[in-house]
Design a protein around this ligand. Structure first.
Ligand code: F6P
Length: 471
């Protein structure tokens, strides 16, 4: 079987400085977690950015490089200016809000297009240097939309797959982007392009038709003498691995400690990102406490918000907003012996996250827009006790699959508050029936199914041919 070369902006580990020391820590986010096993099994390198190595002395640098190479990771080093322009400005201040349908978050100055192109070119050089004939190359996410075409220029015969982990917006919104043609042409360098849901795929096809005027069909696009396949591949989680962690050492004790005060536990775990709907979730919780005084002292919300992209302006304002709401709820409802909300503005290790999943009566996953949301699936994977209620936003990719969740419109504050109350009061047999349905899907369509299905389709896609003449 051919090797798989994985390519993503961020490697599954990030190099961090802690004073004089240097640490190599697991990266945050669904992509890094989800692709870890496919990388272990794929046999090839993973090409990506290891974080900022500037300022390390030569000996520290050599140690980090050796560690990365042991892990089969091929680093693409970025200068601080490239991080600013390609990652923060173009990828996260412009592409991220447009793809999540938040044009209001796009800054007036939309910089970084030239660096985005240049860094995608550097990724193409790095992949071309490490790939061997016959390898399958699998590129991930919006930071690398130009890479498939740039790589095709260097390796015309390569088999290239591309997967988008975030939503694809409607063509009306996509057309906001000044580089719209180049971005689509970039993606069309791949042989197979995958999306989490059918609606993202349809939006992509309409953009290709409207912006490039290319011939499109349900599952294919003709482009410059090649046939590009498109498909829906909803990403899953490593369900067996999560279930294993759920029964690891000390886990029962950890779960008991979380439940010790006897109150019903509501849990939210997100990257601190404005797409995740944390402020609206807090407003719904505040309304619930206001309208149902009998719940005070009997429930508590543990909200974990992992800091993310802290250099991007929109994220800084958003953090202040969340801090303000948490303070307001606390100030209004806390008593000397009870806190309505425990807010943790930092990352937790995997065992702590799994303990929260296990201890939760209600898991709140209420983004206002989310490509998939793997937290929802992780929660289900952990609940082999068959209990717990998932409250899930309609605007996540996961909602298309997880019909047994209590689905909510996160913009509807009263509706979300009512859904939380319903989840808290749900009879045990209904909780178990719903969880059984959810678990069937999450354990069957796991991350291995996802990677296997995508890679099989990629290997079957028509062989890439060199462009000939006119299209
Ligand atoms: O899933 C979207 C995504 O941007 C991934 O590409 C990334 O791994 C994750 O979110 C975390 O984002 P960042 O790498 O910007 O910290």
């Amino acid at each position: 079987m051919s090797r798989v070369v994985i390519v993503s902006n961020r490697l599954p580990v990030t190099v961090e400085r802690a004073g004089e020391a240097v640490r190599v820590v697991p990266s945050v986010g669904g992509l890094a977690t989800g692709l870890r096993r496919p990388h272990e099994q794929g046999g090839g390198p993973w090409v990506g950015w290891p974080g900022d190595l500037a300022g390390l002395d030569p000996e520290q640098q050599a140690r980090v490089e050796a560690r990365l190479s042991d892990l089969r990771l091929a680093p693409v080093h970025l200068t601080s200016e490239e991080v600013q322009r390609y990652y923060q400005d173009y990828s996260n201040a412009l592409l991220w809000p447009v793809f999540h349908s938040f044009p209001g978050e796009v800054p007036l100055e939309m910089g970084g297009a030239a660096e985005y192109e240049r860094v995608n070119g550097r990724f193409a050089d790095a992949v071309a240097a490490t790939a061997r004939p016959g390898d399958v190359i699998w590129i991930h996410d919006y930071q690398l939309l130009r890479l498939p075409a740039l790589l095709r220029e260097r390796l015309p015969e390569a088999r290239i797959g591309f997967f988008l982990h975030i939503p694809f917006p409607s063509s009306d919104l996509f057309r906001v982007l000044p580089q719209r043609e180049a971005l689509l042409e970039g993606m069309l360098g791949a042989d197979l392009i995958g999306f989490h849901t059918a609606s993202y795929m349809r939006h992509f096809s309409s953009s290709v038709l409207r912006v490039l005027g290319a011939w499109t069909d349900v599952d294919r696009i003709r482009w410059r003498g090649r046939e590009v396949r498109i498909g829906v591949f909803p990403m899953g989680v490593d369900a067996a691995d999560f279930a294993g962690t759920a029964h690891g050492a000390d886990m029962d004790e950890e779960v008991r400690a979380l439940r010790r005060d006897g109150s019903r536990l509501i849990v939210g775990i997100d990257r601190l990102d404005y797409t995740k709907g944390i402020p609206r979730r807090l407003l719904a919780y505040e309304r619930l406490l206001r309208e149902h005084p009998e719940l005070r002292g009997k429930v508590r919300l543990v909200q974990v918000a992992v800091p993310s992209r802290t250099e991007v302006g929109a994220y800084q304002e958003f953090r202040d907003q969340v801090d303000g709401l948490v303070g307001r709820i606390h100030g209004a409802f806390a008593t000397p012996t009870w806190s309505p909300i425990h807010y943790l503005s930092r990352g937790l290790d995997r065992a702590q996250v799994v303990a929260l999943y296990r201890a939760a009566d209600v898991m709140l996953v209420t983004p206002i827009r989310d490509g998939m949301n793997l937290v929802a699936k992780e929660f289900v994977a952990v609940r082999d006790d068959g209990d717990g209620v998932l409250v899930l936003s309609e605007f996540t990719g996961a909602a298309a699959e997880l019909a047994e969740a209590v689905q909510v419109n996160p913009y509807d504050e009263a509706g979300t508050a009512a859904a939380i109350q319903r989840a808290l009061e749900m009879p045990e047999d209904e909780r178990r029936t719903r969880m059984t349905g959810l678990r069937r899907r999450v354990t069957r369509y796991d991350v291995h199914w996802w990677a296997r299905t995508f890679l099989e389709r990629l290997r079957e896609a028509p062989a890439p041919v060199r462009p000939q003449g006119l299209e």
